[in-house]
Design a protein around this ligand. Structure first.
Ligand code: ATP
Ligand code: MG
Length: 424
């Protein structure tokens, strides 16, 4: 026998036993963004490498060490997308969706990063993202954050996530701050680890979110970015906070929150949880007013976020919130005899016509009652619809409840569609 071939490390199959939770999550995500008037955009999975280098930043973790980059047969450098925002902006520019217009867009799909696989961190993972273009005012920041808060409510996990927000100010304010921070870090350089020493020169703000306690200690008394804000940045952030408070959304200001991608300015936010271990961020985003221009378009303000679907699914399962997910089958039709199965299949077709959202599985392959009941149970159906000679003669179905304590009963053929609607 030849050796079996395995999937690539960090790239997972989503098995039938898991897809129903995924489908439930995806349908909640789709429904909630449509509640806010967002439209779907679909982008290719492969883009020019230059797109990500120019947008995410040459000295970020993603571009330095995580991208799946390869030369295609023409010798062009291509990359499997590590995130969606860059592609979305590229598409918006290319098709003239952004200039002088407002766009509220969402996307969903696989992303690729060559990271060390562990719980909640994979090499192929799935993001759901939202991008709002053309609005510079803080109302959209608060509106999009409210949308994320609604997602958690709809999924039943509001009690397990915390909103952290910060402002990164404008590019000019950040540049002045950067100098002050580098001066501060230079004086304490021997207290920094190798990573932070390197970042001090390439991307000093990222030193702020170092996970190393010794580095955090060295940061004691470091200059604060907010002290470098002008009136506009200060006012923008104050407005976001005020609007969140008015909407009843609790938040924590985390002045060390800087995000790992270079394109952000002003508002940034993350939703974090402690129910996932080390991979605590489920959703992250912010404002990126410079990116559209940086990628060759006309200056266009923008605000967006992305969430990791695997982390949401993990949270839902570990918190037992995935219990009530509808199974793939609602009703299983048991048919005792070949002739019976011909009329049984015809009946099932009629029920599917009458109750379009029903999920009916018909037994195939024959067998006695015991064998068919076993399959019915395994299918996850709530009821078995049993058809034998007597049932066909009397124009009724014996209904057996597979979950719970309800008594078996006979139901007339014409009452079955009504019974089926109660299962949806
Ligand atoms: P982290 O700090 O966990 O590395 P990140 O800052 O790199 O996250 P973003 O680029 O902001 O993450 O992506 C947004 C979301 O996508 C994250 O909050 C997370 O839920 C999810 N995500 C990012 N990388 C991975 C991964 N390798 N595997 C699974 N989910 C991921
Ligand atoms: Mg990361």
């Amino acid at each position: 026998m030849s050796k079996t071939i395995q999937a690539i490390r960090g790239m997972n199959d989503c098995l039938p036993s898991e897809t129903n939770v995924w489908q439930m999550v995806e349908s909640v995500l789709r429904r909630v963004v449509s509640n806010y008037g967002f439209a779907e955009i679909r982008m290719p999975i492969v883009e020019s490498t230059a797109l990500f280098k120019r947008s995410i930043g040459e000295v970020t973790d993603i571009v330095e060490k995580e991208m799946y980059t390869f030369d295609d047969r023409n010798g062009d450098s291509l990359t499997l997308r590590p995130e969606g925002t860059a592609s979305c902006v590229r598409a918006g520019n290319q098709h003239g969706l952004l200039y002088n217009q407002e766009q509220r867009l969402w996307y969903m799909g696989p992303m690729f990063r060559h990271e060390r696989p562990q719980k909640g961190r994979y090499r192929q993972f799935h993001q759901f993202g939202v991008e709002a273009f053309g609005i510079a005012t803080p109302d959209i920041d608060a509106e999009v954050i409210s949308l994320t808060a609604r997602l958690w409510r709809e999924l039943g996990i509001s009690d397990y996530v915390t909103l952290e927000i910060n402002s990164l100010g404008s590019n000019e304010e950040r540049a002045t701050y950067r100098d002050a921070l580098v001066a501060f870090l230079t004086e304490r350089v021997d207290q920094l680890d190798e990573d932070s020493k390197r970042r001090m020169h390439t991307n000093p703000l990222r030193v702020l979110d170092s996970k190393n306690p010794q580095v955090q200690e060295a940061l004691e008394g470091a200059p604060k970015l907010a002290d470098y804000f002008g009136d506009e940045s200060r006012e923008h952030f104050a407005q976001v906070c005020q609007r969140l408070a008015a909407a009843g959304i609790n938040y924590v200001i985390n002045d060390k929150l800087v995000r790992g991608l270079d394109y952000y300015n002003r508002t940034v936010f993350e939703w974090v949880t402690d129910s996932l271990g080390a991979q605590g961020t489920v959703c992250a985003g912010g404002r990126y007013d410079g990116l559209v221009e940086q990628l060759g378009g006309k200056t266009t303000p923008a605000f967006g976020f992305a969430l990791g679907i695997e982390r949401l699914v993990l949270m839902l399962t570990s918190l037992d919130k995935a219990q009530n997910v509808r199974s793939q089958v609602d009703a299983y039709v048991i048919m005792l005899g070949d002739d019976i199965s011909i009329s049984g299949n015809a009946l099932a077709e009629k029920w599917r016509d009458l109750v379009p959202d029903i999920r009916i599985q018909c037994h195939c392959g024959g067998g006695n009652m015991k064998k068919q009941m076993k399959r019915a149970d395994k299918s996850g159906a709530q009821i078995a619809l049993i058809l034998g000679e007597d049932e066909i003669a009397n124009q009724e179905v014996t209904v057996k409840y597979l979950r719970g304590q309800d008594e078996q009963q006979s139901v007339a053929f014409d009452q079955i569609p009504h019974l089926l609607t109660t299962l949806i």
